[in-house]
Ligand binder design. Sequence first.
Ligand SMILES: Cc1cc2nc3c(=O)[nH]c(=O)nc-3n(C[C@H](O)[C@H](O)[C@H](O)COP(=O)(O)OP(=O)(O)OC[C@H]3O[C@@H](n4cnc5c(N)ncnc54)[C@H](O)[C@@H]3O)c2cc1C
Length: 477
Amino acid sequence: MKTTRRKFILKAGGGFGALAGTAPLGAAAEGEGPHIAVPARRVPVLAEADIVVCGGGTAGIAAACCAARHGAQVILLERWPSLGGMATNALVNIWHTSDRTKPVIRGFVQEAIERGGRFVRQMAHYPTRPETHEFDSTGMRMVFDRMLQDAGARAFCNLTAVESVVEDGRMRAVLVDTKTGRKAVLGRMFIDATGDGDVAANAGLPFDFGRAADGLVQGMTMMFRLRGLDPARIKAHPEDAQHVFELMKKLRDEGKFPPFLEAAARSYLASPRDPIVSYNMCPVAGNPLDEEELTQLSARAREQVYRYADLWREMMPGFESADVEQMGFALGIRESRRIRGIKTLDAPMVVNAVKQPDAIGHGFWMIDIHDPKGSGHTTWVDQKQEMMPPVGESYHIPLGICLNDRLPNLAVAGRCISATHEALASVRLQSHCMVMGQGVGTCAALALNAGVEMAKLDVRTLQSQLRKDGVYLEDVP
Ligand SMILES: Cc1cc2nc3c(=O)[nH]c(=O)nc-3n(C[C@H](O)[C@H](O)[C@H](O)COP(=O)(O)OP(=O)(O)OC[C@H]3O[C@@H](n4cnc5c(N)ncnc54)[C@H](O)[C@@H]3O)c2cc1C
C-alpha cells in the first residue's frame, strides 16, 4: 500500500524522520524516492490582490480583516468549506484573554467576542482565570464570514495552496488546487496562516518540527460533544463517577480501553454543567503532515469517542440517554512545522514574561504540552509554576517570530511561527494566534502603504496603530 502511494508522489517530504530535521520540504524531497515528471504548463490566474493570506483559521481571519481595514486589497484562501480552522472545524471553543488579574488580549479578539453576540459566553471567574470565553463553533463560522465581508476581504474556501512561486527572492504567487484544476493567486505580500506553514515550507524557508529529543510533535485530540446528559442525576452519584473512572484506567492499563486525558475525564464524569457537554479528552499522536497516518489517526479517534460514550451510557447514572452529538470535522492539531524566523520565542521568554521592543501584543498561557506519545497527559494538569508566567504578568509576542530573513514579502502567523516546541505550547492559543494575525496583517498593509518591506516598517508606527485599533500593548522597552 505504502509503495503504491509513493509511486505517485511528485514532490513530498519523507516520513516522520525526514521532517524531524530542518530541511525545506521541497528541497529534502528532490531526487528522493520514485517520481513522475509533469510537463511544464500554463497555469490560469484565479485572482490577484495586494495581500494574499493563506489559511482561514483564527490567525488568518485576523490577518485578513486587519490588513483590509488598512486599505489593502486582501484575498483569504482556505482549503476547508468553512472558516475558523481549529476553532470551528475541530470544535476547539475556548478563548483565553486574562493574565489571571486583568484582560491583556484585546483588539481583534475582543472584537470577535463582541461580534460573536449570543454565540460567545463569558466564563465564570472572569478575569481571574486565563480561560475567559467559550463559544459556539457553528455560530462563529457565520460570525467570521461576516467579519471578513465587513472588512472587505475576499474569501475563497475549498481550495488548497500547494505550491509557492518565488521569483528573484520574493514570493510572486501561490498555486492552488481547485475543483477545476490548478490555478495561481498573485500578490504583493503573502501571509502564511495555514497552521502547518505549508506556503513558507513550499517556498523553501527552513523549519523545525517536533521536540529536540525525538522530533515528535504534541499530541492531537478529537473534540466531541455528548447530548442527553442529566447533570443533576450525575452529580448525585459521585461514587459511581469514581468507580467508572477507576474502571476506565484499569481497562486502559490492560489494553482493553483507549487512552484518555485523565484529569478531564474525571471532572467530565462527575460534574457536567449542562445536558450537552464538549469534551477535550480523546488523544492520538503521530505526524499531522502524513495524510495516510492522519487518516488512520482520525479514524482511531472517532472509534475512541464512541468507546467512551458507550461505557458511560452503560455504567454511569445520568448518562443513560447520552450519545455523541458532534465530533470535530477534523482532528485537532496543536503543532507541526515551526517556520524559522528572525526571532525565535523560547520557554524562558514565556515563563519570565520577557518584554520585546518589536512587541505586537501580549501572551500569557502556560507551557501546555500534550504528550507527543499520545497518553493524553498534558503539562496543564501539573500546573507547575515554573511552566507559566507569574499571576498578573504576561510576555510580549514579538513581530520577529513572524518574519524571516529570506523572503521579505512573506510572513507567517498562528501556530506555524518561529518558536521552540516548548514556547509554541503557550503561544499556540487562538487568542495569541489572533494577536499575531492582527499584528502581521496590519504590518503588511502599513508596509505596502509606506512602500517598504514588512521588516523595514518603523515598529513604533506599527505599535501606535495597533494601540489605536484596540490592542493591549504595554511595557514595550
Ligand atoms: C484539541 C485542541 C484543544 C485546544 N484547546 C485550546 C483552547 O482551549 N484554547 C485555545 O485558544 N487554543 C486551543 N488550542 C490551540 C488552538 O486551537 C490552535 O493552536 C489554533 O487554532 C491555531 O490557529 P491557526 O489559525 O494558527 O491554525 P488553524 O486553526 O489550524 O487554521 C489553519 C487554517 O489553514 C487551513 N489550511 C491549512 N493548510 C492549508 C493550505 N495548504 N491551503 C489553504 N488552507 C490551508 C486549515 O484548513 C485551517 O482552516 C487547542 C488545540 C487543539 C488541537
